[in-house]
Ligand binder design. Structure first.
Ligand SMILES: Nc1ncnc2c1ncn2[C@@H]1O[C@H](COP(=O)(O)OP(=O)(O)OP(=O)(O)O)[C@@H](O)[C@H]1O
Length: 703
């Protein structure tokens, strides 16, 4: 290895004493040290709520203010929005220069590099991107075409194939390793699976399609195999900032090293205790490897929590003490008083929902706006009863973690038309739009795709009449006419969208006869979204790489009304904070999830998920669970509280008993519980929540 000479920073920009931002005054000591650290490799291990985002924003501002060209700073975040928000905050702190930073997700940054350097990889720069469900559809087609299901009794389905192949890329390991570790039931199919994986790769290459994993894998390949390109790219990355480093996978960690291989300046921020994306290949061990991976790496910690009261942090610290491996950090807060977090067993899911509905309403009356309250859960379906209850009480809510706009079938249909216009070789998109036409099934679609993606037929003209059956010819001709009219990407995107919708509407009503009126409103969201773009390619890439929540879209424009209560999966609540948090369904089998129990490391990941949920709360935290569960298959079954909450001392987690209101207060009363324990009455102080008694007669519920 070459000898290294470390250059001292000379700083071409403002001297520290002349800085416009008063970093000292606005940050605590630990934050200040991190934000103003000298260049080099820096890992900031930040506990929940300790100002990780704030510190990154100030670091960004500091780097720009001390002379770094913002265009040479790369800010890699988990969502595009996170990067945008940070840049906006840094700009309001310092000035507009911070908006010129190159910010985005790993996938979008890699996509840009690949488009620029496509020829070096023998790739068309107009490639289209497959999301996970598109990739699964292509695999399903190749699976059938290759006759794999006939070769084995139980050949994996399309979703399993997609996850399995994705696992090999994200964890940077061979198919046999992935099979042995996660899919032992399919190890005997290794050779067939290997062949299918190769076919899938060849098919994507032939049709200029890249899936999400390819964006990372091919960039890694580009930079590993082509030293000149690597040096060019790394020379332009004077400083790389990585948020949520604990959620990077093996390839992403390597990519960061490649991006920083010329200047060696990297600031990675993360919390090992909040790593919750293992199912996507995230490896929380990356954060422990960092100090060994980079020469002279410094590790700084942030431990002062500004979000939660000390009782909430006591529970968080207690929980994470039981994780197998973690950086030693203890969260503390100046807000050392406050209510204990509560554990609330309910008789069943309906009672749990009534509890949540009532408490939310009471808190709102006490002055805690709905938007400062959140109901969190492990899986989207856990909140159904709460949603019904909120409906009864007319409490507006928005739900995160459900279907994303670009994942909804009808939106995918529309986008597939634009994708074909963008890349006429995109066989996955062709497959989707052809099968919407009455009279075209999978087999005919395949024949047509072969014909349409042949170089001679790429003009979207049906000129060989005999080749097509009459039953679909008219519609196919309309389709090709539409595509031909938008292919050049010269009309505004909204007009292209309108052309597609005009063609698509009759097919849409036929394809979704039961609920097309409901889906219609999603289609209406597309045009205003498209209006923000002047490039079809960027519109498609953004929607695929950074999908927008459908329900969040419904909230746009509803600004006059009261901002709604937040319902969210824990995954989607990452990075957010709320005055009051209700964590529902804290059951064994739900959190931890039943599926996690058999996976190595699965239980720890579930514990971290619980930790993320707990640390979203500022003042109030209620953890509830139903003691009886009803399922379609098993009927009524007894359920037990999450094992993580089993032996937590009452001095940390206070038990709360729900009791029904006395029968005389309502007409249709349920029997009184045998030994009702009086619960404290609602507190007048609006910063602390009342413990519950389910007596609110507001809407005359039958108690
Ligand atoms: N030095 C500070 N002084 C006052 N408030 C602060 C300070 N640092 C952070 N905060 C506040 O603490 C809260 C948490 O900060 P932030 O969202 O940056 O934390 P985080 O570490 O990113 O959290 P998490 O990782 O749990 O999502 C915010 O409301 C922020 O404004």
């Amino acid at each position: 290895m070459a000898r290294r000479i470390t250059l001292e920073p000379t700083g071409s920009g403002t001297a520290p004493e002349n800085l416009t931002v008063d970093y000292r005054a606005e940050l605590n000591d630990q934050q200040y040290a991190a934000a103003t650290a000298n260049p080099g490799a820096l890992l900031i291990v930040a506990g929940a709520g300790t100002g990780k985002t704030r510190t990154l924003v100030y670091r960004l501002s500091y780097l720009v203010e001390t002379g770094l060209d913002p265009r040479s700073i790369v800010l890699l975040t988990f969502t595009r929005r996170a990067a945008r928000d940070m840049m906006t905050r840094a700009a309001s702190l310092l000035d507009g220069r911070c908006q010129r930073v190159r910010g985005g997700t790993f996938h979008s940054f890699c996509m840009q590099l690949l488009r620029t350097h496509a020829p070096a990889l023998n790739l068309s720069p107009d490639f289209t991107i497959l999301d996970a469900s598109d990739a699964a559809d292509v695999l399903s087609m190749l699976r059938t075409r290759g006759g794999y299901p006939d070769r084995a009794d139980r050949f994996p389905n399309k979703g399993t194939l997609q996850s399995m192949f994705s696992d090999t890329v994200n964890r940077d390991r061979s198919l046999s390793e992935a099979l042995n570790d996660r899919y032992p039931q399919f190890t005997h199919l290794h050779d067939d699976l290997r062949e299918l994986q190769d076919t899938y790769r060849a098919y994507k290459a032939e049709h200029h399609m890249l899936d999400f994993d390819d964006l990372l894998r091919r960039t890694h390949e580009l930079l590993s195999q082509n030293d000149t390109v690597r040096q060019q790219v790394a020379a332009r990355c004077r400083h790389v900032l990585v948020d949520e480093y604990q959620d990077t996978n093996a390839v992403q960690a390597d990519l960061v090293q490649q991006f920083t291989s010329v200047h060696g300046n990297v600031t990675a921020v993360g919390d090992d205790a909040q790593s919750i994306y293992r199912f996507r290949g995230a490896d929380f061990r990356n954060i422990f490897r960092f100090p060994k991976q980079y020469d002279n790496a410094r590790v700084l910690k942030l431990e002062q929590n500004y979000r939660s009261t000390q009782p909430i942090l006591d529970l968080a610290n207690h929980l994470i003490d039981h994780a197998n491996r973690s950086y030693d950090k203890t969260l503390f807060s100046d807000a050392d008083t406050g209510d204990l977090p509560a554990i609330v067993p309910a008789a069943d899911t309906a009672m749990e929902a009534r509890f949540v509905g009532q408490m939310v309403a009471q808190l709102r009356e006490q002055g805690v706006p709905l938007r400062d309250q959140a109901v969190l859960f492990r899986s989207s379906h856990n909140s159904y009863d709460v949603e019904i209850e909120l409906g009864k009480r007319n409490i507006p809510y928005v739900k995160y973690g459900g279907t994303k706009l670009s994942e909804a079938a009808h939106i995918k249909d529309v986008l597939a038309h634009l994708r074909v216009a963008e890349n006429p070789d995109d066989a996955a998109a062709w497959n989707r739009i052809l099968q919407l036409i009455h009279g075209i099934g999978p087999k005919t679609a395949q024949d047509l795709i072969d014909w349409l993606t042949d170089d001679d037929h790429s003009a979207f003209v049906v000129d060989e009449q005999g080749h097509f059956a009459q039953r679909y010819l008219d519609t196919l001709t309309q389709l090709l006419n539409t595509l031909r009219s938008i292919r050049p990407d010269e009309q505004p995107l909204t007009e292209q969208m309108e052309a597609v919708l005009t063609y698509y509407r009759p097919l849409f009503e036929e394809a979704y006869p039961d609920d097309y009126p409901k889906r219609e409103s999603d289609l209406e969201h597309l045009a205003p979204l498209a209006a923000r773009y002047d490039s079809r390619q960027r519109f498609l890439a953004d929607l695929t790489l950074d999908p927008i929540e459908l329900t969040a879209l419904d909230q746009e424009g509803a600004t006059d009304d009261e901002a709604p209560l937040v319902l969210s999966t824990i995954h989607s609540a990452k990075g957010l904070e709320f005055h009051s948090v209700f964590l529902i369904h804290a059951l064994d089998g739900t959190l931890p999830s039943q599926y996690a129990l058999d996976e190595p490391g699965g239980l720890d990941e579930e514990l971290r998920l619980l930790y993320v949920a707990v640390t979203r709360a500022e003042e109030n935290l209620f953890i509830s669970y139903p003691m009886l569960q009803t399922s379609r298959y098993y009927g009524d079954t007894m359920a037990s509280r999450s094992r993580f909450l089993e032996n937590v001392p009452e001095s940390i987690l206070e038990p709360v008993e729900l009791v029904e209101a006395p029968p005389e207060s309502t007409s249709d009363a349920l029997p009184e519980s045998p030994e009702p324990e009086a619960l404290p009455t609602p507190d007048d102080d609006n910063t602390s929540a009342p413990k519950s008694d389910l007596s609110e007669p507001e809407d005359g519920l039958p108690f």
